[in-house]
Design a protein around this ligand. Structure first.
Ligand SMILES: Nc1nc2c(ncn2[C@@H]2O[C@H](COP(=O)(O)OP(=O)(O)OP(=O)(O)O)[C@@H](O)[C@H]2O)c(=O)[nH]1
Ligand SMILES: [Mg+2]
Length: 330
């Protein structure tokens, strides 16, 4: 198979930097597999990143996220933008290269040398989706992609966190995705920067628009008022308006100096989120493998030891931290 050649960190880094598609494909596979070579590669490429503008799309299954990305690419490719797309599938440990749906939806662009598209699972990632998404974004950034779309399905807090590394977060809804509207209303989901209500031909689209508007109006004073756009992705209707809103958000971030601030916050958040995820896995494994720690859990079950005393002992043993001191300090 082509691309089976043995990549080293050096050849891979050079390939990615020159935008070589096979190097990129290999790099993302390594990222997907949590391969140690991916860590080395990203470590080497990291100083050259920070040039790509990233747009994260999230929303319930089947609302038209991939179709909208496809339509947006069609729009921006006229202006010769070098584009990358990564669809992260939280439900699958690995993607076999591409999800069938995305393959079809994005197939218009597969032959375009300026567009790189990949679906990705998160096999082997202790830090989960956030880790895989961040690494994939950095690889595409280093490859000179000016614009990167990140897609993930879902509307819970965790999906927004995954896509939260993006410069602009776009929530895609369609008439009938009432759960997401409820999640917005209840504050379960953070307010995105732009909202697209797709499949606008549906008779309930206007009702949904009003509903979302009234929720955003409750948000009080925000520097950036999230824009809401009605779209029809398959015909491309409303797509220029959607792109305008994405660009407006970008301009707002750049002009207010918030882009750097936001990226710094996102990166710090990402570091903490990956570190926490790994620490959790480490903790679970350590406890499972240590009869002494397992006995503590038994004692809790038998009500011989209270839960927080067990926590203190476990944290001391596994992480060598005095959790009482940590609690007092916070
Ligand atoms: N009528 C109509 N159908 C649409 C529109 N946008 C997308 N679709 C269709 O809706 C289906 C799902 O579209 P996708 O773009 O794959 O949706 P998605 O949100 O990426 O789906 P997942 O990645 O599986 O969550 C496809 O059959 C699309 O052709 C639209 O604006 N109107
Ligand atoms: Mg999709």
């Amino acid at each position: 198979m082509a691309g089976r050649r043995d990549w080293t960190r050096e050849t891979l880094a050079a390939g990615v930097r020159s935008g070589d598609r096979r190097a990129l494909a290999r790099a993302i596979t390594l990222v997907e597999n949590g391969d140690p070579l991916a860590y080395d590669l990203v470590a080497e490429l990291y100083p050259q990143t920070g040039n790509a503008y990233s747009v994260g799309l999230t929303g319930p299954p089947g609302v038209g996220k991939s179709s909208l990305i496809s339509a947006l690419i069609r729009l921006v490719r006229d202006r010769e933008t070098n584009v990358g797309v990564v669809s992260v599938d939280p439900s699958s440990p690995f993607s076999h290269g591409a999800l069938l749906g995305d393959r079809i939806r994005l197939s218009d662009h597969f032959l375009d040398p300026g567009v790189f598209i990949r679906s990705m699972g998160t096999r082997g990632h202790l830090g989960g989706l956030a880790e895989a998404t961040l690494q994939a974004l950095l690889v595409l950034d280093a490859a000179g992609k000016e614009l990167v779309f990140l897609e993930t399905v879902g509307t819970g807090q965790s999906e927004v966190e995954v896509i939260g590394i993006a410069d602009t977060v776009l929530l895609v809804l369609m008439p009938g995705s009432g759960d997401s509207v409820q999640a917005l209303k209840a504050g379960i989901m953070e307010i995105p920067d732009v909202i697209a209500i797709n499949k606008m031909d549906h008779p309930a689209a206007k009702t949904m628009l009003n509903e979302v508007r009234s929720i955003l109006a409750l948000g009080g004073d925000r520097d950036w008022r999230p824009a809401i756009v009605l779209t029809e992705a398959t015909r491309g209707e409303g797509v220029p308006e959607l792109w305008e809103k994405i660009e407006a958000h970008r301009a707002y971030l750049v002009e207010s100096g918030r882009l750097e601030e936001r990226r710094a916050r996102n990166l710090a958040g990402e570091v903490f989120s990956v570190a926490s995820a790994r620490a959790k896995v480490h903790l679970e494994q350590a406890v499972a493998q240590d009869p002494e720690l397992l006995r503590l859990l038994d004692e809790v079950r038998r009500r011989e030891l209270d839960p927080l005393s067990a926590v203190r002992e476990i944290l001391e043993k596994v992480f060598h931290i005095d959790s009482d001191a940590a609690t007092r300090a916070s």
